[in-house]
Design a protein around this ligand. Structure first.
Ligand code: NAD
Length: 449
């Protein structure tokens, strides 16, 4: 079927009004949950084949999170759908004002390979909770998982409601030529700009979930062991191929050596000999593997540095003596390399972050409340953690998204529902009585009330 035919079919279905009812949305969320559970084994196998992710890692970062968000949406859907009363003010008195959440229509979701379940299911929860139809373009770089997602969606939904498209850049570009009512894109900043250009042609609203370099700041008063442990956790997850992975560490100079030692120990504890560890995730393609190998040469290897080209695995590697303007500090690393950069004053660390594009996440390690307040107020970034990494993405109540080059728009939980809804402001005039002040003729009325 041609893409324009798929879109026409979905628009027809949307105009039937079925997808807007509470019951239809609720049943859809339940059907998605049932289908995910049905395919659990295939999901585990596919992620092992695509990225060498263990079932446990799949559970904590893909399957389990998707089920958790589905449960949360199912529980809160009725409340989310309710109109929100707003203040009327003196100008429109007497009457009522409220916001109604209206689905956009047919949404396009373009997703990425690094968390191919999460990055498809989480936006889809938002799209259907908000009452939309949906076309999902899956990633070509995680082909096994994309095939399973296709089956999950086909089991749960008719094509006129939700459908998937397999393929890469070409399919994505053809889809972006169509006039969707909403576009939700996850991927690189460069492609995000292209998506926005295409969306602008029809003034289609977008959410862009993009990448960037996420800094960690480890201050003089931080608990170094805890900092190392939690940064290591965020960095070994999917071998650093996570949009919110710690990209580099700014560490107070007098504790820098201790930090490097600690994180090396933590890496050992967590993944042991990573190259022979049967469940250490691999790098997604040879092109990315080669890119990372080149980046590794841009500093002194403090620890790690080994790789297995055949298995596409790279050891968690600590890099020191990196130049601030070298490629490893300019491009998003998206792999298990961790530059560690000492700083002498907090001002210097803050300036280092401010001179670069606004990151998707920032992680601050400190025991001082005043440092926490200072850094959180001073630096601009999508979201983040204090004394942890990644975990802000898995809080039910928190929105997730970037700012500037790391993206625009927020999702997860209620924010997903809002992202896929237009907020329609309504004023309802009182029929009981009204003020005559606004009506013509004005000639007899005084200009100041
Ligand atoms: P990508 O931009 O190459 O691809 C993303 C999607 O766009 C894929 O479906 C792909 O088929 C399609 N695509 C690729 N090139 C295209 C083009 N020229 N025109 C139109 N469509 C195109 O990104 P990726 O390699 O899949 O993912 C890695 C990037 O995504 C990293 O920068 C990472 O930080 C970011 N990311 C962000 C988030 C987030 O939530 N903010 C999550 C995961 C990944």
């Amino acid at each position: 079927m041609e893409y324009n035919e798929i879109l026409a079919m979905q628009k027809n279905f949307f105009y039937s009004g079925k997808t807007k009812t509470y019951q239809y949305r609720l049943d859809a969320l339940k059907a998605l949950r049932e289908s995910l559970i049905y395919y659990e084994e295939e999901i585990n196998q596919a992620l092992m084949d695509d990225l060498n992710k263990s079932p446990y890692e799949t559970y904590i970062s893909e399957y389990g999170i998707s089920l958790q968000q589905l449960t949360y949406a199912t529980r809160h859907l009725k409340k989310w759908m309710k109109p929100i009363p707003r203040s009327v003010g003196i100008n429109s008195f007497p009457g009522k004002a409220y916001d109604i959440f209206e689905p956009y229509g047919t949404a396009l979701i373009v997703s990425s390979w690094n968390y191919p379940i999460t990055l498809t299911i989480l936006p889809l929860i938002g799209a259907i909770a908000a009452g939309n139809c949906c076309v999902i373009k899956l990633s070509e770089l995680s082909p096994n998982t994309s095939n399973v997602v296709e089956k999950i969606v086909a089991r749960a939904f008719p094509k006129e409601y939700v459908t998937t498209i397999l393929g890469g850049k070409e399919e994505s570009q053809q889809l972006l030529e169509q006039r969707f009512d909403y576009i939700f894109f996850t991927g690189s900043t460069a492609v995000g700009k292209y998506v926005m250009e295409k969306a602008a042609q029809h003034l289609t609203p977008v959410t862009l979930e993009l990448g960037g370099k996420c800094p960690c700041i480890v201050t003089a008063d931080a608990d170094i062991r805890e900092a190392a442990k939690n940064i290591a956790y965020g960095k070994v997850l999917n071998s650093g191929q996570t949009c919110t992975a710690p990209d580099y560490v700014l560490v107070y100079e007098k504790v820098a050596e201790q930090f490097c030692r600690e994180i090396t120990n933590q890496y050992k504890k967590m993944v042991g000999d990573s190259l022979t560890n049967p469940v250490y995730p691999r790098i997604v393609t040879e092109r990315h593997f080669e890119r990372l190998r080149r980046l590794m040469e841009e500093g002194t290897v403090y620890s790690g540095g080994h790789f297995d080209q055949g298995a596409l695995k790279i050891e968690p590697t600590v890099l020191v003596d990196v130049k601030p303007d070298s490629p490893v500090m300019r491009e998003e690393i998206f792999g298990p390399l961790l530059p560690v950069i000492p700083y002498s004053t907090l001002d210097e660390a803050e300036t280092f972050v401010q001179e670069r594009e606004k990151p998707l996440a920032l992680y601050l390690f400190t025991t001082s409340k005043s440092t926490e307040i200072r850094v959180l107020n001073k630096l601009s970034f999508g979201g983040g953690c204090v004394n942890d990494t990644i975990s802000h993405m898995t809080c039910d109540g928190l929105g997730f998204g970037g700012i500037g080059h790391s993206g625009m728009g927020t999702y997860h939980g209620v924010y997903s529902f809002e992202a896929f809804s237009h907020k329609k402001g309504i004023y309802k005039k009182s029929r009981v009585f009204g003020l005559s002040l606004r009506y013509q003729p004005y000639a007899q009325k005084v200009s100041r009330l």
